[in-house]
Design a protein around this ligand. Structure first.
Ligand code: AHM
Ligand code: MG
Length: 318
């Protein structure tokens, strides 16, 4: 029997209807990101072939000169967003400097994105993802605290492709139907379990961690049913945390005193999503969303996931 399932397009149009005074700008911006996600997904799928063709210096099946996948995704997103007419500037993890839209078609949004996070996983066929975070322009600055985000999300290129997204009213997940080419609402109102049995940290850095964090890790190993998982691809590790619960940690340590992950590009979008899914996120005992950023590429420590797991972590640190 036929069952109606809303597509991502249906969903954002509905959002626009629900918003007072919506002009369609945000809907257009989201549609551009969604379309880019589909193009990136098809290239990620063909990445094994692109590699082979790359080695021979040939063009790929699209007749394009072969580029490394992360360079390709970066350029695609920059070009798409800048030409959309909806952005004031874009900031990518792949580029040191922001790119500003030309004055004649500059819009009101600032988009931060990591075009292909976890790209060191491409060679091994492990999941990778795109992360994005959207702000409304306020004055000339690109630096706003994460609590000002109006939307954030990620696309995971795994055994299926999913687009997971919040604009501050819960989190919704859409799965790409490859036959039709549409993202279908498969995970409405995603909520993280209150407590999970998985902890996710690069434990090779154990000896460099603060004592409180070491004690916490040692203690949770004794809990019944506790398991460790670490893909090394933030999108994959966090996607699992949304579905199964648990805690993800990338703390600061002796070698990386600021942590590794980027506040604006990785930490804040996931902190926003985690809170919207009923979870918690903290950086140095406070919400990363309150940090006043001083540079677009600054790093921040992060612990996030199911609320009870994060509270338990805090009880060891405080
Ligand atoms: P990248 O942006 O260079 O891909 O690095 C970010 C990735 C995250 O996806 C992941 O959580 C982290 O780096 C893993 O780092 P490490 O190799 O130190 O464990
Ligand atoms: Mg990254």
């Amino acid at each position: 029997m036929y069952k109606y399932v809303p597509t991502f397009t249906d969903y954002i149009i509905q959002e626009q209807r629900n918003a007072n005074h919506a002009t369609g700008s945000f809907t257009n911006l989201m549609a551009q990101i969604e379309n880019s996600a589909k193009i990136i997904a098809s290239h990620v799928k063909a990445s094994g072939l692109v590699d082979i063709l790359g080695k021979t210096g040939e063009t790929n099946t699209f007749g394009e000169e072969v580029q490394k996948l992360d360079e390709f995704t970066n350029k695609l997103l920059v070009d798409t967003l800048i030409s959309s007419g909806e952005v004031y500037a874009v900031i990518s993890e792949e580029m040191e400097q922001p790119v500003y839209a030309p004055k004649e078609h500059a819009g009101n949004y600032i988009v931060y994105f990591d075009p292909l996070d976890g790209s060191s996983n491409i060679d091994t066929n492990s999941p990778i993802g795109t992360i994005f975070s959207i702000y409304k322009k306020e004055g000339d600055t690109l630096l706003q605290p994460g609590k000002n985000q109006i939307a954030a999300g990620y696309i995971i290129y795994g055994s299926s492709v999913m687009f997971v997204y919040t604009f501050g009213h819960g989190v919704n997940g859409f799965t790409l139907d490859p036959a039709v080419g549409s993202f279908l609402l498969s995970h409405p109102n995603m909520q993280m379990p209150k407590k999970g049995k998985i902890y996710s940290i690069n434990e090779a850095y154990y000896n460099r961690l603060d004592k409180g964090i070491q004690e916490y890790i040692t203690a949770i190993k004794d809990q019944d049913g506790m398991r460790a998982r670490f893909v090394g691809s933030l999108v994959a590790d966090m996607h699992r945390t949304f579905i199964k619960g648990g805690v993800f940690l990338y703390p600061a340590d002796k070698k990386q005193p600021e942590g590794k992950l980027r506040l604006m590009l990785e930490v804040n979008p996931f902190a926003f999503l985690a809170e919207q899914a009923g979870g918690k996120a903290i950086s140095n005992l406070a919400s990363p969303l309150d940090i006043i950023p001083t540079s677009i590429h600054q790093r921040a420590s992060i612990v996030m996931g199911s609320s009870e797991n994060v509270d338990e972590y805090l009880s060891y640190i405080k």
